[in-house]
Design a protein around this ligand. Structure first.
Ligand code: NAP
Length: 294
């Protein structure tokens, strides 16, 4: 598909992630067929068209996918199941369908439920890249360069479909790894979903303190860095929490137990304990940053 450049694409959800992937594919010369964009708001579709992400726009998903060789779902997780139900009987039999959702077990279940045997051509994916911005205006083609993309095909997923999706992510500059959907959800609960809970909850809590104006007036760069992800889209994060609830509750429980220990160390004036936790955390972060930069 990428070699001939004949693929026609339906992009459902012309926002940050879907828009960035299509822009990268265009830049890499992979998409010489038309891209039909589908979304909810006409204004965002118009921005996607103006920015050269899509060639045509519709708010009807069935119209978008008719005749498409590749269907990309880049919508909030809660929209995945209903959209697959809506498009299933107009999909081309050979079409490859993929998604970019931040949790994978519910997506796999949605695909099985909606597509039945056709789920063999559905390739679940998740790029480990993003920003706190949303919409077609925020899309940029370099977003996935050097970043990882996790694919979670099952035993019944067609290998040619997985290979096509993998090559399209690689064309966007990403490194592709494969793992089970369950493992993906467990790992991402810890490294992505839990930190978003901390950022949202910290800002929300402080916003309700009686002297909040003063609290924010004296907040500095560290606070801004730590809370950047609290600017992420609430609808998207509502859906991620609902989709990965079990793993996220487990991660929150583990974190709250450690936070309670830290609280106790502060209350008890246990400086040695505090220094040990901070020292271990600093070393761990330094190793993590070195790994990212290597
Ligand atoms: P986004 O910029 O808000 O884009 C989502 C798009 O989906 C919007 O343009 C929205 O259209 C459209 N949409 C929502 N419901 C729809 C429906 N029922 N039918 C058709 N279109 C619909 O969000 P995003 O950051 O690209 O996120 C998309 C997916 O990527 C999510 O599943 C998220 O979990 C995943 N993801 C996000 C990140 C990240 O850092 N942002 C990273 C990795 C994966 P309107 O604008 O018209 O409402």
């Amino acid at each position: 598909m990428t070699g001939t450049g004949t693929a026609s694409v339906a992009l459902i959800g012309t926002g940050l992630i879907g828009g960035s992937w299509v822009l990268a594919l265009r830049q890499a010369g992979c998409l010489r067929g038309p891209v039909s964009g589908c979304g909810r708001s006409v204004a965002n579709l118009e921005t996607a068209r103006e920015r050269g992400i899509i060639d045509s726009a519709t708010t009807d998903p069935r119209e978008a996918v008719r005749g498409a060789d590749l269907v990309i779902l880049a919508v909030p997780l809660g929209a995945t199941g209903p959209l697959l139900e809506t498009i299933r009987d107009v999909l081309e039999p050979h079409a490859v369908i993929t998604d970019v959702g931040s949790a994978k077990q519910t997506v796999v279940a949605d695909a099985r439920q909606a597509l039945g045997e056709g789920a063999a051509r559905f390739v679940p994916g998740h790029p480990i890249a993003g920003t706190e911005k949303t919409g077609a205006a925020a899309a940029f083609p370099e977003l996935f360069r050097g970043r990882q993309v996790i694919l979670t095909p099952g035993d019944d997923t067609a290998e040619d479909a997985v290979a096509q999706v993998q090559s399209l992510w690689e064309a966007a500059g990403a490194r592709v790894v494969r793992m089970s959907a369950a493992h993906h959800d467990e790992v991402l609960a810890a490294t992505s979903h839990l930190p978003h809970m901390l950022a949202y909850s910290l800002v929300d809590t402080l916003s309700r303190w009686s002297d909040r104006d003063e609290v924010f007036a004296y907040a500095a760069g560290g606070f801004r860095d730590f809370t950047r992800i609290a600017s992420s889209d609430p609808e998207m994060w509502r859906d991620i929490c609902l989709a990965n609830g079990d793993a996220l509750v487990d991660a929150l429980d583990r974190y709250m137990a450690d936070l309670a220990e830290l609280r106790e160390a502060v209350r008890a004036g246990d400086g040695a304990r505090l220094e040990a936790v901070f020292g271990h955390a600093r070393l761990t972060r330094e190793r993590f940053v070195a790994m990212l930069e290597s």
